[in-house]
Design a protein around this ligand. Structure first.
Ligand code: GLN
Length: 283
């Protein structure tokens, strides 16, 4: 049995739960009937540290990162979330506001900063494309979804950007220690956290991988304004070990392909942990 939580403090959490259910169904269809019985998924909304403790993986949805962070602090969830991501190193995926919270550093906006969870050695620029009216959609080929013999699986993904952040800098691994440059820039940074168990130790060296970029002059669909971001290619998806961050909102589409892919990653992590526990206990 595998339990995946969706942080349900604010934002688009129920949309994620729906898409997770669709993804689990399509995963089950892809496997042999004999394997189907092997994974029993539970998808649960997370509001307390006790609920979080039962999860094998976690999604942090899009919404408003300052609000989410404030509610998390009030619910006593900030430290348990940092432990989940950085000490237990369980699979964690943030979309939009979730990406901001999983970054080690973020710029302050006019309304101020927020407490971050961290886990991705990147600095994000919140509201990179501007205000709500500058939200847009773009069809992008997401190569990490892999090549599928099924043609429809290789179709571009409709990416929904709403006051979206981008990764503006990949940081040297420094676990939340604020550099001089960052303090000058009035940046908020996540506090440092040392990994605890041996499995975590092995994974601390994971590098930041760029999973997807938004090429300059990508034509925008259904936008109030043409997206014309001064000829730069923006990083919109990154992964570092157990942590995945995506600028856009897959939960606001009906396309479960990223959720299917990520659930596959969760299964691999659960299996690795099982193996580790086996070796550990028999030793
Ligand atoms: N820009 C928002 C923030 O700072 C995130 C927007 C979103 O999740 N759609 O939290």
């Amino acid at each position: 049995d595998v339990t995946v939580g969706v942080l349900a403090l604010q934002g688009a959490f129920s949309e994620h739960v729906q898409l997770l259910r669709a993804a689990a169904e399509s995963l089950a269809l892809k496997h042999e009937p004999a394997q189907q019985s092997q994974t029993r998924w539970s998808f649960v909304e997370i509001r307390t540290p006790e609920e979080l403790a039962r999860c094998d993986g976690l999604i942090i949805p899009g919404g408003e990162s300052t609000a989410m962070s404030l509610v998390a602090a009030r619910s006593g969830l900030l430290e348990p979330l940092r432990d989940f991501v950085k000490v237990l190193r369980k699979p964690t995926w943030g979309t939009c506001a979730g990406l901001i919270l999983l970054a080690e550093a973020a710029n302050r906006t006019k309304k101020g900063g927020q407490q971050l969870i961290g886990g991705l050695d990147v600095r994000v620029n919140r509201n990179h494309f501007g205000r709500q009216v500058e939200s847009f959609q773009a069809n992008l080929q997401l190569s990490f979804l892999g090549d599928s013999p099924d043609k429809s699986a290789n179709e571009p993904y409709r990416c929904v950007f709403i006051r979206a952040p981008v990764v503006e800098k990949i940081l040297p691994h420094r676990d939340g220690v604020q550099t001089e440059e960052e303090s000058r820039d009035a940046t908020v940074v996540a506090p440092s956290k040392a990994p605890g168990d041996q499995l975590a130790e092995k994974e601390t060296t994971a590098q930041v991988e760029v999973m997807a970029t938004l090429p300059a002059q990508t034509p925008a669909l259904h936008a109030n304004r043409e997206h014309d971001d001064a000829g730069t290619e923006d990083i919109i998806a990154v992964r570092q070990g157990n942590v995945l961050g995506i600028s856009f909102h897959p939960e606001l589409t009906a396309d479960p392909r990223i959720h299917v892919w990520w659930l596959g990653e969760v299964l691999k992590a659960v299996e690795r942990r099982r193996q580790f526990d086996l070796v550990h206990r028999s030793a």
